[in-house]
Design a protein around this ligand. Structure first.
Ligand SMILES: [Zn+2]
Ligand SMILES: [Zn+2]
Length: 173
């Protein structure tokens, strides 16, 4: 298994050379559970982030390209104003793709693009609400009524208030 920190460091120096300053990385972890979930950037506080990278990408037999695209994708989320996949994040991703031809950073990456076969098709939940009382998660693959009007709904277990999880966390699917 490759060490994710090595790739984080590589990507950081590449960002530095391009004059892009990013947030502080507190923890880098390897995600062994979720399949088809390449990386994640979690906001710990205003300028501090945790990053996790899929074990599938860090496998010794996996290509380095998709791994670096993912690491860079997540690092870019730590740049101020880049937590979403639009606006500044997209502009910086395009800039890196242009300046550093080995990159092809995208919002999402399929298992085929990642060069990873034999991945079980697990459902991908793009929309997640979390109960602020009991922490239960409500996951939806599509924008349903509860997602668009979450303020009108309460947790079915405890009646707690529901908040979209993507306000503190963003996923590369
Ligand atoms: Zn609850
Ligand atoms: Zn992302």
């Amino acid at each position: 298994m490759k060490n994710p920190n090595k790739f984080i460091d590589e990507c950081r120096s590449e960002l530095k050379l391009l004059g892009i300053s990013h947030g502080k990385i507190r923890n880098v972890t390897v995600n062994t559970r979720a399949k088809c979930h390449w990386g994640e950037c979690r906001k710990v506080s205003a300028n501090i982030f945790d990053i996790s990278i899929s074990a599938l990408l860090l496998d010794d037999n996996a290509d380095i390209g998709p791994l670096k695209n993912t690491v860079m994708h997540e690092l870019l989320h730590t740049v101020p104003g880049c937590f979403k996949h639009t606006g500044k994040w997209k502009a910086l991703a395009n800039l890196i793709n242009e300046k550093l031809p080995e990159y092809n950073i995208a919002r999402t990456m399929s298992a085929d693009d990642a060069g990873i076969k034999h991945i079980s098709k697990e459902p991908v939940y793009r929309y997640i609400l979390q109960c602020q009382n009991c922490s239960a998660l409500i996951k939806r693959q599509r924008k349903s009524k509860v997602i668009t009007n979450y303020k009108n709904y309460r947790c079915s277990k405890c009646g707690g208030i529901l908040i979209p999880v993507d306000e503190t966390r963003t996923d590369l699917i």
